[in-house]
Design a protein around this ligand. Structure first.
Ligand code: NAP
Ligand SMILES: CC(C)CCC[C@@H](C)[C@H]1CC[C@H]2C3=C(CC[C@]12C)[C@@]1(C)CC[C@H](O)C(C)(C)[C@@H]1CC3
Length: 554
């Protein structure tokens, strides 16, 4: 019988089944009959490996120290701390991971890898739930790898990084044209110095600081976020209403807001600069936080992808939550401030005593949307962005540039493109807005109330499906009509915001078009996320509620 090469207690490099990556492991023993070594990875995963899958640690250059890939970082937080069943569950998980990875391998290599998978002996399951709980985590890791690979191989993140700012610039230049039709594309580029204005940067910085001061004021409610993977629930100060009132008072103080219209491009450039600096800060700090504080996506190891997608889930400076603040305050309230400035600019430019009907509708509709968001600020804690997405360039740019400088395009358009609206048209558009708002608010509140307290007696009439995670899914009420009733309401509202701008140009319809794309994409992202989380219960929900956003259509 050949001598045993590695001894109990040796630290060696073990291949992760189904992959070509090696990680540091400790040898626990050797079974002469099966000729397999039992090894333990740094995260506590125990596996049985063949000798050829083990290499001596000395001088081994591997990715074991990579921040995002070592099994130490693969630690499944869903395992029970008691871990009496760890051995069996880890093996099952490893086998699942291996099987999943081998599925995508080329066939010649797949054979060998499948063999590896088979050779990972599976112990009988002691605790099925413990084992099952690691499967979603592993599947998620696999999904992240696939997405990251996609972005690395395709120009995804690089493309969006360039395209999004370019698109904002295009909209701003286009809306300034007398005839902003597509035939006048591309709009003439202004000279470089036209982008920059130090005063504009000063104003944007002051605005964000002002919002930050209002945010930290010890007034208003403190709400708890949804439980994190660690079980912890973060606290958020939800005093958005107070903030909005403070801004309204400020606006009332005879501030010359036409500056916003005349320096729109410079203000947008300044906000863009701040969003880039913020994203760099977010990326750098995300390199120093623990694995449990990272979002599941945006954790690929590819700098550009992670920078774009966001790495850390809830970046905070003490109690100051950067993601929550940026999503709900400077950009969102800035949106209303800019709209208001456009109404004043319209009156000035067109010599009106009051803003036009179209401008009033656009202003009021969007003001209602924002005030409602601030009023129900707590509800944002159960949205995808807050619960799952990392905070990186996409959201920082989205919150600080995209929202205030593209969602205001309709109001900007109306400043120099008057659209007369008859009373019946006004009434019809208002009715449409009310319908959209009603669906949007009711469905969001229903889900929020249910997520916060599933046994709320006020919701006891609703039918639910129980899922293996312990959470239930609503299958009646608004969430029984379509799978995203809140998107339906939001889309109807978007239609009501575009109609006052008429049909002469496509430009003011930009929001509607963008929003359809955004929501369809978000819906499919959410679908895969929920399928992963809830498995067969989600399939059952989808069978019961057949349409995604529009009943009988989509
Ligand atoms: N104006 C804009 O630019 C803009 C952009 C995007 C979104 N929005 C709006 O923002 C709001 C939030 O949107 P969101 O994209 O974060 O999605 P959301 O619909 O608020 O949240 C999706 C989550 O809700 C839970 N859920 C799904 N189906 C459920 C059911 N049947 N019963 C109970 N819970 C269920 C799931 O999370 P859990 O199961 O993990 O709780 C799912 O991941 C929406 O109203 C949307 O229209 C606006
Ligand atoms: C193309 C990219 C730059 C996309 C950027 C997306 C973000 C701008 C959006 C993602 C989630 C959105 C959102 C709101 C605003 C826009 C986003 C941040 C929201 C705060 C608007 C007010 C609503 O009442 C809301 C609170 C429900 C909503 C939440 C989601």
């Amino acid at each position: 019988m050949p001598p045993v090469k590695y001894q109990r207690g040796d630290t060696v490099m073990g291949r992760w089944p189904g992959s070509s990556l090696y990680y540091e492991v400790k040898v626990l023993g050797f079974d002469a009959k099966s000729q397999l070594y039992t090894v333990i990875y740094k995260d506590g995963t125990e596996l049985e490996l063949k000798e050829q899958d083990i290499k001596s640690a000395s001088g081994f250059q591997t990715r074991s120290r990579s921040r995002s890939r070592s099994p130490g970082r693969r630690r499944s937080r869903s395992r029970s701390p008691g871990r009496t069943t760890r051995r069996s569950s880890s093996r099952t998980a490893a086998a699942v991971a291996a099987a999943a990875i081998t599925d995508s391998a080329p066939s010649s290599r797949r054979d060998t890898k499948l063999k590896d998978t088979v050779e990972v002996t599976l112990s009988p399951l002691v605790s099925a739930t413990a084992s099952l709980s690691v499967i979603p985590v592993l599947m998620k890791k696999l999904e992240i790898t696939m997405i990251a690979l996609y972005f690395f191989l395709s120009p995804g993140a690089y493309f969006w990084l360039l395209f999004l700012p370019a698109w904002v610039l295009f909209l701003i230049l286009q809306v300034n044209l007398v005839d902003p039709s597509l035939v006048n594309f591309p709009p003439p580029l202004p000279p470089l110095e036209a982008f920059w204005d130090a005063q504009a940067l000063g104003f944007v910085t002051l605005w964000i600081l002002f919002q930050a001061v209002l945010y930290v004021l010890p007034v208003g409610k403190v709400s708890e976020g949804m439980p994190l993977r660690s079980g912890e629930r973060l606290k958020y100060r939800t005093n958005g209403e107070a903030d909005a009132v403070a801004v309204a008072v400020m606006v009332h103080q005879d501030v010359d807001l036409t500056y916003i219209h005349s320096h729109f491009l410079q203000l947008a450039t300044a906000s863009f600069l701040i969003s880039v600096l913020l994203s760099i800060y977010l990326y750098v700090r995300s390199r120093y936080v623990g694995q449990e504080q990272l979002a599941l996506g945006g954790n690929s190891g590819n700098v550009i992808y992670d920078f774009f997608k966001g790495h850390e889930l809830n970046p905070r400076i003490q109690d100051f939550d950067l993601k929550f603040f940026c999503e709900m305050r400077p950009g969102l309230i800035g949106w209303c401030l800019i709209n208001f400035a456009m109404a004043i600019a319209e009156m000035k430019q067109q010599g009106l005593d009051t803003p036009s009907n179209s401008m009033i509708l656009v202003n009021l509709f969007q003001l209602l949307y924002v005030v409602d968001g601030l009023w129900n600020e707590e509800a944002i804690l159960t949205t995808m962005d807050l619960m799952h997405d990392g905070f990186g360039f996409m959201l920082a740019f989205g919150d600080l540039v995209w929202v205030p400088f593209t969602y205001t395009i309709q109001a900007y358009y109306l400043v120099s493109h008057p659209i007369p609206l008859s009373l019946p048209a006004v009434i019809a558009i208002v009715i449409l807005k009310i319908i959209g708002f009603y669906i949007f608010r009711k469905s969001n509140s229903e889900k929020n109330a249910f997520r916060r307290n599933p046994s709320d007696p006020k919701l006891s009439y609703l039918k639910t499906i129980h899922t293996a995670t312990g959470k239930s899914l609503l299958v009646s009420g608004w969430w029984g009509v379509v799978r995203h009733p809140n998107y339906l309401g939001d889309l109807i509202m978007a239609l009501a915001w575009s109609l006052p701008c008429g049909f002469s140009h496509l430009l003011p319809w930009y929001y509607m078009i963008f929003f359809i794309i955004l929501l369809v994409h978000r819906d499919s992202r959410d679908m895969s996320e929920c399928r992963r989380k809830y498995g067969s219960a989600w399939e059952e929900y989808c069978r019961t509620v057949r349409y995604r956003i529009i009943p009988h259509v989509y």
